[in-house]
Write a protein that binds this ligand. Sequence first.
Ligand code: SAH
Length: 344
Amino acid sequence: MKLIYDLSFEDLENYLIENGLKAFRAKQIFKWLYEKRIDSFEQMSDISNSLKEQLNRDFIINEFEVVKRQESKDGTIKFLFKLNDGALIETVLMVFDYGYSACISSEVGCNMGCKFCASGLLKKQRDLTAGEIVLQVLSLQKYLDTKDKRLDNIVVMGTGEPFDNYDNVLKALSIINSPYGLQIGARHISISTCGIVPMIRKFANEKVQYNLAVSLHAANDLLRSELMPINKAYNLESLMDALSYYSEFNNRRITFEYLLIAGLNNHEKDADDLARYLKGKNAYINLIPYNEVKENPYRSTSDEETLAFYDMLKKRGIAVTLRQKRGTDIDAACGQLRAKEMIK
Ligand code: SAH
């Protein structure tokens, strides 16, 4: 059976019409689900009993079971959720100066096979449904409700490749973004992809205002292919072509994420490659300190090495920001908590 959160606003209107009911009820139901954030259909006090019963017959309205909750000294909270079929996913709540941000997963496991990533240790079991993506955000908002706080930002940067589960991710974001839904503005929502070129083009055609981030990690094909198998299918040139196409429609800055791995991608030559790759582009680099994963050989850079690479990019005129480390005391590396639970 479907989760009620699997329905976009339009899906819900269609469902109501198909059942001989008034479409405007969709607005009421969405308000109950996402504004008042109730836990059962029974609580929808302005909905008729017969509709409540029908909703109860056709949809599940439940919360994930919290299998584990790890809280970091810096305020980051990592949730390990159990889905209705028993699958485990991670969702992370982060606190920044500008507010609360949720890092959500798009798949159970991941097939992209990036060598440095803990999520890839376990292959994709299945896509998350739109409702399971929405429910991650809703669960964190319900947790924040207990503190009278509001989620400000959503980043689709947890386990999974969002463009490998394209339809469900975009549907979920439409619910999160809906004026009747969670009302998180498109500019406060970011999608991070490893670079599935045809999907970047498809995304460009949607003309939505979400931010796009691309995991780059190397600006030469040899090294990038070694780290990220996706580069063998879509190399750097085809990636930039797709991003240029995207920029034609949406002249927002593209974020390139660049993980710093000691002795691997932090040389002067790597900075040169980056400068060449980004020349004339409306883009910036977000340097990410690497969270070490026990099962692989990659090591994080020291603070001095991180700053040295930052300076190398600055000197070359590249717009660059340095991501703060978050939750390093709580298995913060993507997929680490889930991998630990499953490999134990
Ligand atoms: N598949 C998407 C989104 C999930 S990964 C993508 O590739 O962008 C989200 C980000 O976390 C990516 O930039 C990824 O490269 C990075 N990441 C993966 N493992 C990491 C680790 N151990 N430490 C820090 N960042 C990591």
